[in-house]
Design a binder for this molecule. Structure first.
Ligand SMILES: Cc1ncc(COP(=O)(O)O)c(C=O)c1O
Length: 323
């Protein structure tokens, strides 16, 4: 009998039917069932193993990067297994559960102030770059600027979704932060079938969706707040802005009526799918990526009560989406 290691069990996550009222079949890709709890397990493993192959990461080395939480958790888990020291720069926005998870895997955290621009020398990204420069034998995956982040999702998640849907996928909805997931998966799917519609779900007040006038938002993990080479807009049909009220308001509906205890970025993705239902037709196969679990945000009280104010947004042509 051959048994898988923990790292070998990353990926191959379930794709399950979500019974929203729609002529299309709507499927949720449960990336929160990865061992580290998010879609970032895939890209973190890919970046680390590539660095090992190219000699950028050597035994006894230190992995340093900036993260809104999930990438840091994935690096910390993989670093623990492979014997690397891991240092993650974070901001106060990251949930308490995510800090504690990184610490539980043995990572060291450096708290940095929230800054509007990555180029600000105090930003968590700039501080990770500076620390990497002064730490001997260190490797920085650099998820925000390393295009290999996108290639990880192209090679892995993209082909997995194509195979699981037997090539029948017609629409993809993905949360966009670094844009690695949407750009990589989007490119893979468009290469197989250029008619697949690819939607990047953004926060309404991010740098990108606010046209350069960003405002703080509560949704974690997504929000296009900088210009990078990773974002491949040639494979994105539309960027869908989602407000905190929509993305967070739907969370208790998903958990209490569908059993989907997902994080805020998945709430934003589900809210965009619901808004697009009037454009779906019989035979469409819609995939929405659920990047992480609601268990990482329980102390933020997003799940307690269904906010009745959100329900009108869940009505599609007078027909409520909740079945
Ligand atoms: C839960 C979750 N969903 C989506 C994303 C966005 O993915 P990407 O950075 O590939 O755009 C992230 C990024 O951290 C995330 O943590």
């Amino acid at each position: 009998m051959n048994y898988k290691t923990l790292l070998e069990s990353i990926g191959n996550t379930p794709l399950v039917k979500v019974p929203f009222a729609s002529p299309a079949t709507i499927l949720a890709k449960l990336e929160y069932l990865n061992p580290g709890g998010s879609v970032k397990d895939r890209s973190a493993l890919y970046l680390i193993e590539q660095a090992e192959r190219t000699g950028m990461l050597k035994p006894g080395g230190t992995i340093i990067d900036a993260s809104s939480g999930n990438h840091g958790i994935a690096l910390a888990m993989i670093g623990a297994i492979k014997g690397y020291k891991v240092i993650i720069t974070v901001t106060p926005k990251c949930s308490k559960e995510k800090y504690q998870t990184m610490i539980a895997y043995g990572a060291e955290l450096i708290m940095c102030p929230s800054r509007e621009f990555m180029e600000d020398p105090e930003s968590y990204h700039a501080q990770a770059v500076a620390l990497h420069k002064r730490t001997p034998n260190s490797f920085m995956p650099d998820q925000y600027y390393n295009v290999e982040n996108r290639n990880a999702h192209y090679a892995w998640l993209g082909s997995e979704i194509w195979k699981q849907t037997e090539g029948k996928i017609t629409h993809l909805f993905v949360g966009a932060g670094t844009c690695g997931t949407v750009s990589g998966v989007g490119r893979y799917l468009k290469e197989q079938n250029p008619n697949v519609k690819v939607y990047a779900v953004d926060t309404a007040t991010s740098f990108k969706s606010s046209n350069g006038n960003p405002k703080p938002y509560k949704i974690e993990g997504i929000g296009i707040d900088f210009v990078n080479e990773i974002a491949d807009y040639s494979v994105i049909d539309e960027i869908l802005p989602v407000t905190d009220a929509e993305g967070l308001g739907i969370l208790p509906v998903l958990s209490q009526r569908y059993g989907l205890l997902v994080g805020p970025s998945s709430g934003a993705v589900a809210a965009s799918v619901i808004k697009k239902i009037p454009t779906f037709k019989e035979g469409d196969l819609v995939v929405m990526i659920c990047g992480d679990s609601g268990r990482a945000y329980l102390t933020k009280n997003f799940y307690d009560t269904v906010d009745e104010r959100i329900l009108p947004a869940l009505q599609v042509e007078n027909q409520i989406v909740i079945e």
